[in-house]
Write a protein that binds this ligand. Structure first.
Ligand SMILES: *[C@@H]1O[C@H](CO)[C@@H](O)[C@H](O)[C@H]1NC(C)=O
Ligand SMILES: *[C@@H]1O[C@H](CO)[C@@H](O)[C@H](O)[C@H]1NC(C)=O
Length: 514
C-alpha cells in the first residue's frame, strides 16, 4: 500500500518540455529538508534540470539531472544557538523570537556568502521556476534575477502569514496557527490568546521580513523590489497539510496541500543487528525518538533520570534514538542508537508504541504505520500536533517540563494495553490511503502547471486586491451603523414631537374645559 503511494508518483507520463528549476531550502533542519527531497527527486526524474540550495543534499548519483549546492555548514548556528536556546526554555517568548529571527539572518548570510551561491548570483543562467521554502524568504530574489515565477513551499501546514501573502482568508479562532496548541474547541481565554498572539506574531514576522529585506539587498543589490513585493508575487503556496490530520480549512486554488505522508519511502530491510534485537523483543518494543532537532542528549538531566526510571520498570524493550555513545545508568531493556531508519522501525510487527515529540513528519509516519503514541512535545508545531493526535484518540501526552514517573508509566501502559488507541489509528490509516492523488503527485502536477503557464496570475486571490477595511466590512458596518443611528434618532425626534404635540392638545382642551 505504501509502495503504491510512493511509486504512484513515478508512473505518470512525461508531460511538457524539460524546464530548469531552482529549489532553495535554507533551513538547516532535516525534518524540513526531508519534505522537499522527494519533489527534487521526482522533478529531476521527469527530465527537468533541477538545481537545489540545500543543507541536506540527497547525494544520489543516479539523479543525473539534479545539481545540489551543499549548505550543510549552516547546521553549526542552528544546533549551537537556536536549538540550545529553545531547549533551555529560560528566555521569555519575545526574547526567544527576536533571537530566533536574527539567528536565521546569520544563517542565510553565511549561505549567501557560499562561493557556489555567489557564482549563481553572478551567473547569467536561465531558470524557468524558483521554488523557495517560505520560512526564510531572502533568496526569493532569485526569481526576480531570473525573471521567472516563484512557488513558496513549507514543510508544515501554512501559518497565517503565508496565507495572507497569497490571499487565503485566515481567522485566528476558526483556523488558529499551527504553533498554538489549540484544537477544535477553544475556551474564551484561548480565543483571546490566539487573536493576540496572531497579531504579535505578525508584528514579529514583519520585523523578520525587514531584516530579510536588508540581507537580500546587501547581496542582490539595492535596486531589487522588497521581499514583501517579491513574496507577494508568488504563483502558488504548497503547504504540508492534509484533510485527515489537519483541521479542515477552505483554501484558494493557489494554495495546494501536498501533505499526508509525501515524504514516505518504500520499506527497506532493517540493519541486521537492529532487526535481530527487535525480532527478539518478545513482549514487543517501544520506540522513543524526539526527532532530528531535539537531541535526547541535551534534554534536562532531571527529565532524563525520570525517563530512565520509567523505562526500567516497563515489561517491554525500549529503542531510544539517543545521540551520544553512552547513556549512563542505561537499564537492561533499553537499546540506544544514534540514528535509526524511523519509517522501517515503525513498520516492525513487534512495535507497541511510539513516544514522540510530535514533529509533523513523525506524526505522519506513525499514522501511516498504524502505531499509537505517547506525545512529549518540545516546541514549534509539536504541541499542536500532539494535541490533534490525542483529540483524535490515537494516544496520550505528557509534559517534559513536569514529567513524573507514575504518570508517564501509567500513560505508556494505558496506550499499549487498551486496544482503543490502536483501533483508532487503524481507522485513520484507512482514510489517509483513500485519496485520488498523493500529496507529492499534486506538488509535481502544480509545479509543471506553473512552468507551462509561466506563473498562475489568473489564480490570484481577489483578497490581495481588496483593502483590509473592506475585507473586515468596516465601511459597510460604518454606513449601516450610521443609517441605524440616523433612523433611531429621527424616530426619537418624531416621538418627542408627537408626544409634545399631544400633551399640548390635551393641555388646551383642559384649559377650555375649565
Ligand atoms: C534527465 O533528463 C533527460 C531529459 O532532459 C531525461 O531524458 C533523462 O531520463 C533524465 N535522467 C534521469 C536519470 O533523471
Ligand atoms: C511578478 O511575477 C511576474 C512573472 O510571474 C514578473 O513578470 C513580474 O516582474 C514579477 N514582479 C515582481 C515585483 O517581482
Amino acid at each position: 500500500m505504501i509502495l503504491h503511494v510512493f511509486f504512484g508518483v513515478i508512473v505518470f507520463v512525461h508531460a511538457g518540455n524539460a524546464a530548469r528549476i531552482l529549489g532553495i531550502v535554507p533551513t538547516p533542519s532535516y525534518s524540513h529538508q526531508v519534505v522537499f527531497q522527494p519533489l527534487w527527486r521526482e522533478l529531476s526524474l521527469r527530465g527537468h534540470q533541477v538545481t537545489t540550495l540545500t543543507t541536506d543534499p540527497i547525494k544520489d548519483p543516479a539523479l543525473t539531472n539534479l545539481t545540489e549546492i551543499d549548505l550543510h555548514s549552516s547546521y553549526d548556528v542552528w544546533n549551537k544557538k537556536i536549538m540550545v536556546n529553545i531547549l533551555s526554555y529560560k528566555e521569555n517568548a519575545l526574547v526567544a523570537i527576536i533571537n530566533f529571527i536574527t539567528q536565521l539572518i546569520e544563517i542565510e548570510d553565511e549561505q549567501m556568502r557560499n562561493p557556489n551561491v555567489q557564482a549563481l548570483l553572478k551567473s547569467d543562467e536561465k531558470y524557468d521556476l524558483v521554488i523557495i521554502e517560505g520560512f526564510m524568504p531572502a533568496m526569493s530574489a532569485f526569481a526576480v534575477k531570473f525573471q521567472c515565477p516563484l512557488i513558496a513551499m513549507v514543510s508544515t501546514a501554512g501559518h497565517s502569514g503565508l496565507h495572507n501573502l497569497i490571499g487565503n482568508p485566515t481567522h485566528p479562532v476558526l483556523y488558529p496557527d499551527v504553533i498554538y496548541p489549540y484544537d477544535e474547541e477553544m475556551s474564551l481565554s484561548q480565543r483571546i490568546s490566539s487573536v493576540v498572539s496572531t497579531f504579535l506574531f505578525s508584528l514579529a514576522s514583519s520585523y523578520g521580513n525587514s531584516l530579510q529585506d536588508q540581507l537580500m539587498k546587501k547581496h542582490f543589490g539595492s535596486n531589487y523590489p522588497s521581499i514583501d513585493e517579491i513574496m507577494g508575487n508568488t504563483s502558488m503556496l504548497f503547504v504540508n497539510s492534509d484533510n485527515i490530520f489537519h483541521k479542515i480549512q477552505p483554501l484558494v486554488p493557489s494554495v495546494v496541500q501536498i501533505g499526508g505522508g509525501s515524504h514516505l519511502r518504500p520499506p527497506k530491510p532493517l540493519p541486521h543487528d537492529l532487526k535481530e534485537q527487535l525480532d527478539n523483543a518478545n513482549n514487543g518494543f517501544i520506540y522513543f525518538s524526539l526527532g532530528s532537532n531535539v537531541k535526547s542528549k541535551n534534554i534536562p538531566m532531571e527529565t532524563r533520570i525520570t525517563i530512565l526510571e520509567t523505562f526500567s520498570e516497563l515489561p517491554y524493550t525500549v529503542l531510544w534514538k539517543f545521540e551520544a555513545e553512552n547513556l549512563p545508568n542505561q537499564p537492561d531493556n533499553v537499546i540506544i542508537s544514534k540514528w535509526l531508519p524511523q519509517q522501517d522501525v515503525l513498520r516492525h510487527p513487534n512495535i507497541k508504541l511510539f513516544i514522540t515529540q510530535g514533529g509533523l513528519q513523525s506524526s505522519d509516519e506513525t499514522i501511516h504505520s498504524g502505531v499509537p503514541i505517547v506525545g512529549m512535545p518540545f516546541f514549534g508545531d509539536q504541541a499542536a500536533n500532539i494535541k490533534k493526535m490525542v483529540t483524535k484518540g490515537v494516544g496520550l501526552s505528557v509534559e517534559y517540563t513536569t514529567l513524573e514517573k507514575d504518570d508517564f508509566k501509567g500513560k505508556i501502559l494505558e496506550v499499549i494495553q487498551n486496544p482503543k488507541y490502536r483501533n483508532r489509528v487503524n481507522e485513520l490509516v484507512a482514510l489517509v490511503r483513500d485519496q485520488p492523488m498523493t500529496g507529492m503527485e499534486r506538488a509535481v502536477w502544480w509545479t509543471e502547471y506553473v512552468i507551462r503557464n509561466k506563473g498562475a496570475a489568473h489564480l490570484r486571490s481577489p483578497l490581495l486586491d481588496m483593502p483590509w477595511y473592506q475585507y473586515l466590512l468596516l465601511d459597510v458596518f460604518a454606513v449601516l451603523l450610521f443609517c441605524f443611528a440616523f433612523t433611531a434618532y429621527t424616530f426619537y425626534i418624531l416621538v418627542r414631537f408627537l408626544s409634545r404635540f399631544i400633551r399640548r392638545l390635551l393641555n388646551n382642551r383642559d384649559k377650555k374645559l375649565k
